[in-house]
Design a protein around this ligand. Structure first.
Ligand code: IMP
Length: 196
């Protein structure tokens, strides 16, 4: 089965391709000649995932999925959450966002946070949703060079390495995106069995 992954984020595309491990053929937006920004204007992570997948399905008529992810920090009432990509303002860098989080948490003891990913899958005009959550803490200084986004400041519970200190294959075993993608894989494998 061929599926378009509706993302312009090359880090995510790489991660998801690795997690899917050639079980399904994944096309990128470039592969379907889509070179535009996909709107994500909803107020929730689930809303954005759904909006991105519907945008591609409606325009290109291809079975597809999209993910949306946010870092939810308890002491900041769930911020940056759905605004994770542009927390420090439009066109800001990963670095700017990390700086803003660390500034806002200065002097705050409660460092509990979680990453949440929602995947929206659209097959033959029907939508299915999958969620993955990983709990952890936000440390007070960046550690590690791997990954992207908030990885250098996120320490998953039960580990002493940040996501940015882990090898991609380590992060891809336990991450929010891995958990949601595993649910997607289970679902797709069931459909395949049902069809055979
Ligand atoms: P998006 O809207 O799903 O593309 O993600 C929003 C933002 O969350 C991204 O720009 C990153 O800053 C951050 N983000 C998403 N996934 C991850 C991850 O796996 N690790 C660290 N940060 C992430």
């Amino acid at each position: 089965m061929e599926l378009v992954f509706a993302t312009n984020n090359k880090h995510k595309l790489e991660e998801v391709k690795k997690i899917l491990n050639n079980k399904f053929k994944i096309l990128s937006l470039n592969d379907i000649n889509c070179f535009e920004e996909i709107p994500e204007t909803q107020k929730t992570i689930k809303g954005n995932a759904s909006q991105k997948a519907h945008y591609i399905y409606d325009k290109y008529k291809k079975n597809c999925f999209a993910d949306d992810t946010g870092l939810e920090i308890e002491a900041l009432n769930g911020e940056p959450g759905v605004y994770s990509a542009r927390y420090a303002g439009e066109n800001c860098s990963f670095e700017d966002n990390v700086k803003k989080v660390l500034q806002k948490l200065e002097g705050i003891k409660n460092r509990k946070a979680r990453f949440k990913t929602v995947i929206s899958l659209i097959i033959n005009n029907k939508e299915y949703l999958f969620e993955g959550i990983i709990n952890g803490t936000v440390i007070d200084k960046k550690r590690g060079k791997s990954g992207f986004g908030y990885d250098p400041i996120f320490l998953p519970d039960g580990f002493n390495k940040t996501f940015a200190e882990m090898l991609p294959e380590e992060k891809n075993k336990i991450s929010h995106r891995a958990l949601a993608t595993q649910k997607l894989i289970n679902f797709l494998e069931n459909i395949r069995q049902f069809r055979q």
